[in-house]
Design a protein. Structure first.
Length: 306
C-alpha cells in the first residue's frame, strides 16, 4: 500500500538554525497519524513544507505517490488543511464564509456540500449565525468544515485543540475520530498534547529538534518497554520478603499500606503475578500504567542528554 504522505530526509535551514533536520515519516491511507513534538521541534515548519507554503532546503515530499515539487497542484487538490487558528469574516455567517471559500476552490454543488460539511462538524443549526458569535471551539469546527469542502482524501490539522477548554478539546477529538471512521478520511494531526494523540491516533511520529525520534503504531510503542505496574493486595508486607534474592527484587519500586509497585515489561506481568500467587500473596487488582507522556518524556530526555 502506497503512503499518502512519504517524507524522505526533509530539511529546512534558516542560516545556522536547523528547523527540520533530515526528517522522514510515512502516513498510510486510513491513518489518524499523530505528529508529536514539543513546541519548537519543527512540526509547523514541516506542515508548511507539506502544503508548499515554504520550500525545503533539501529532501523530498511525496503526496499520494507524486513528488510535490513536480505535481504541486494535482497533489494539493486532494488535501485539506487547518493551520493553527482559522480566519473568517466575522461579520458574515458561517454559510456565507463557506460559500466564499467554496467558490475559490470551485466546489461543485456548493450549497449541498456546505450542508454536508456543516452536518459533519455539528454546526448546521448555526449556519445562519455570524461567526463573531461563535466560541473558539465552534470556529475550530468551522475551520475543519472549510478544510472538508472540496472532499479531500487527506486533511492536515495543526494544533487543532490549542487554546480550547476541555469540552472543546473533546469535541475536536470526537470529530476527528468520526471523520476517520465514517468518512474514510486520512488525518495528520499535529500536537504537543500527548493525551490527545494517545486517545485518537493509531500511528505517530515523535520529533525533537527537527529529527524523528521514533515512528510506529501508538499502542505498540507505548506497550513495548518497561512500565510501572501496581499490585493492589490484601497485605503487601510479605512481598519484600518473598522477592528477596530473586530477579523481582531489582524490579521492585515502592510500597504503601495496600499496594506495591514494580517496573516490569508487559510480558513479565503474568509471570510475576503467578509467582506472587504461588507465594501466597492475595492480589485484588493489577494496574499497568505507561502513558504516551511517559514514553515521550523518556525519548526527549534521552535526546537532550545526547
Amino acid at each position: 500500500m502506497e503512503p499518502y504522505i512519504d517524507i524522505k530526509n526533509l530539511s529546512k535551514h534558516y542560516g545556522d538554525i536547523k528547523a527540520v533536520d533530515g526528517l522522514s515519516m510515512h502516513v498510510m491511507p486510513g491513518d489518524i497519524y499523530g505528529f508529536l513534538g514539543p513546541n519548537g521541534s519543527g512540526k509547523s515548519t514541516t506542515i508548511r513544507m507539506l502544503l508548499s507554503l515554504i520550500r525545503p532546503t533539501s529532501g523530498q515530499i511525496l503526496l499520494f505517490g507524486h513528488d510535490l515539487a513536480v505535481d504541486r497542484y494535482q497533489t494539493l487538490s486532494r488535501v485539506g488543511a487547518l493551520i493553527e487558528k482559522p480566519d473568517f469574516y466575522n461579520y458574515l455567517t458561517a454559510r456565507k464564509n463557506l460559500e466564499i471559500l467554496g467558490r475559490l476552490s470551485k466546489v461543485h454543488n456548493l450549497k449541498a456540500r456546505i450542508d454536508e460539511v456543516l452536518v459533519m462538524v455539528g454546526l448546521l443549526d448555526r449556519a445562519q449565525s455570524r461567526v463573531r458569535t461563535f466560541s473558539l471551539g465552534m470556529k475550530q469546527r468551522l475551520g475543519i468544515a472549510q478544510a472538508l469542502l472540496h472532499k479531500p482524501d487527506l486533511i492536515i490539522l495543526d494544533e487543532p485543540t490549542n487554546g480550547l477548554d476541555p469540552q472543546g478539546q473533546k469535541e475536536i477529538r470526537d470529530l476527528v475520530k468520526t471523520l476517520s471512521q465514517e468518512s474514510n478520511i486520512t488525518i495528520l494531526i499535529s500536537s504537543h498534547v500527548l493525551y490527545e494523540i494517545e486517545q485518537i491516533a493509531n500511528r505517530m511520529v515523535i520529533i525533537s529538534n527537527g529529527k524523528a525520534l521514533v515512528e510506529g503504531n501508538v499502542h505498540d510503542l507505548i506497550n513495548g518497554d518497561d512500565r510501572q505496574v501496581t499490585y493492589i493486595l490484601e497485605n503487601p508486607d510479605p512481598v519484600r520478603q518473598v522477592i528477596l534474592g530473586t530477579p523481582w527484587e531489582t524490579k521492585f519500586q515502592k510500597s504503601s499500606p495496600d499496594r506495591v509497585w514494580f517496573k516490569i515489561t508487559k510480558d513479565e506481568i503474568p509471570v510475576l503475578t503467578a509467582f506472587l500467587i504461588e507465594k501466597g500473596i492475595r492480589i485484588y487488582a493489577i494496574e499497568p500504567v505507561r502513558s504516551l507522556e511517559d514514553f515521550f518524556l523518556q525519548l526527549t530526555d534521552n535526546e537532550a542528554a545526547n
